[in-house]
Design a protein around this ligand. Sequence first.
Ligand code: FES
Length: 179
Amino acid sequence: MDRLPIDREVQHLTLSEQTRSRIDREVAKYPADQKQSAVIASLTIVQREQGWISPAAERAVADYLGMPAIAVHEVVTFYNMFNTQPVGRFKLNVCTNLPCALSGGTSALKHLCDRLGVAPGETTADGLFTVQETECLGACGDAPAMLVNDQRLCSFMGPERLDSLIEQLRDEAAKGESK
Ligand code: FES
């Protein structure tokens, strides 16, 4: 992964007033000495604004919440809903854990990658799609399962449904519809 180790110098980032105010609202939900409980909510706010969590953003959140940078780094790298690099407009996470793998998950991933001309983890040249492998989405009975932009669960994603999903997302992008 192209990422600076956490103990190396990273570019400084100042959280905007708006971001700080949003984070403050999350922090206020916890006892004053437990600001770090708002770390996931804070990172979610930053990602919503910036599209991903850069090493500088990690450090800025850590400083703001009074946490060790490594602790924030561990959260960011544990949950794959956090983007550790810029992603396309549509992040397509295909489950390849065993139940899905046994029911076409691996071929779904390959089909998607072939259709879009990318390898897992890559983004299409037009910036529209990023394809990633993901762990179990809790929808094993719907295998192969996938998730669009961490929110939209898609079931039984065989080749035809994958093709139609790509077309539908292209249409949404062309019409300027929100994610
Ligand atoms: S293994 Fe794919 S959703 Fe559970």
